[in-house]
Design a binder for this molecule. Sequence first.
Ligand code: URA
Length: 245
Amino acid sequence: MKERLQKVLARAGIGSRRAAEGYIAAGRVMVDGCRVSQMGLQVDPECQRITFDGRPLSFPEEKITVLLNKPAGYVTTMHDPQGRPLVGSLVKEPGLRLFPVGRLDLETEGALLLTNDGDLANRILHPRYEIKRTYQATVKGVPAAAALQALRQGIELEGRRTWPAQIRTLRRREGECTLEVIIHEGRKRQVRKMFAAIGHPVLRLKRVAYGGLRLGDLASGAHRRLTAADIRRLFQGSPPQGQQE
Ligand code: URA
């Protein structure tokens, strides 16, 4: 992705944008072997060789985490042998390599975090922090109260009992119903398997919150950077070590 040269120099820690303009004017900056004197040249630091006083730029990795509203049809991996669209293609953060924290199924929509902060990703995914994931699941038919109660208490899935879940009905329509489901486990296709187990397959699934961090009105396919307050929100309601480490 192209950016103005002085912005790229500033990001590499050479100095402020104004200082970078001085360095360009002084002929200390080269792009692909040519000395640059033009201000505002658009460059792509990922594909072009940019040097300052003869030394290639290096970018201190700023730690960032973004919240993406993942649309259906995108895979939550960095590479897909089948060539399907990747969630990373929706996140434009020049010079930063972000990876998804956990996963959402191909057809699941909603809150997905991407980060370059490995420690934060480990904390978010570690079961001891019990970060709650809130989903809206539209299922076929209307599950009986007893079936929902069984899901709340935990059911056997592939030889392992699920942890208790919070479930409440949000809407009932002709032949389907939408429920809010809150779990703190991240087992593969867990919500889909839970509802399949009681005979009400999931028709649509959206994650609307991660801990106390809600998707809000973020448009489908859009993302925003998290602030320190957002990161605290993520761990809201978790055992206290979540906020400290
Ligand atoms: N549970 C599922 O079944 N799918 C998801 O993508 C996330 C949770």
